[in-house]
Design a protein. Structure first.
Length: 117
């Protein structure tokens, strides 16, 4: 899976990027057809002057659709953990949805040969 990590208005260190990549790679154990993912890291000004809330937005591109999650936390690691919990649940739901769609499709009807007497 191709993973693109973007830090908006700041530069993220390699440790954080590797942490996020390691977490996202675990999603392939639940659904192995994930094409790519885009991660956006943002700093949001908090209520107090010197505090910044950490926001993470993750978009997974899967065949025929995309899965989007947005979470916030005190640190990027905490926000990533929250986002991964939500993403894991959504990926499992998507996988089940694609399985049931495949099962519910009617089989192609093959005309039976009619025996004539």
């Amino acid at each position: 899976m191709k993973i693109e990590v973007n830090a908006v208005h700041f530069s993220a260190d390699n440790g954080l990027k590797e942490f996020i990549q390691k977490k996202l790679n675990k999603l392939e154990t639940f659904y192995d057809k994930i094409i790519s993912s885009e991660v956006f890291l943002r700093l949001d000004k908090g209520e107090k002057l010197n505090t910044h809330k950490k926001l993470i937005e993750i978009k997974l591109n899967v065949p025929g659709s995309s899965i989007f999650v947005k979470e916030s936390g005190d640190t990027f690691e905490a926000a990533t953990d929250l986002a991964m919990d939500t993403l894991t649940r959504k990926v499992k739901q998507f996988k089940e949805k694609t399985k049931t769609i495949g099962r519910d499709m009617p089989e192609t009807l093959v005309p039976e040969e009619i025996e004539e007497d």
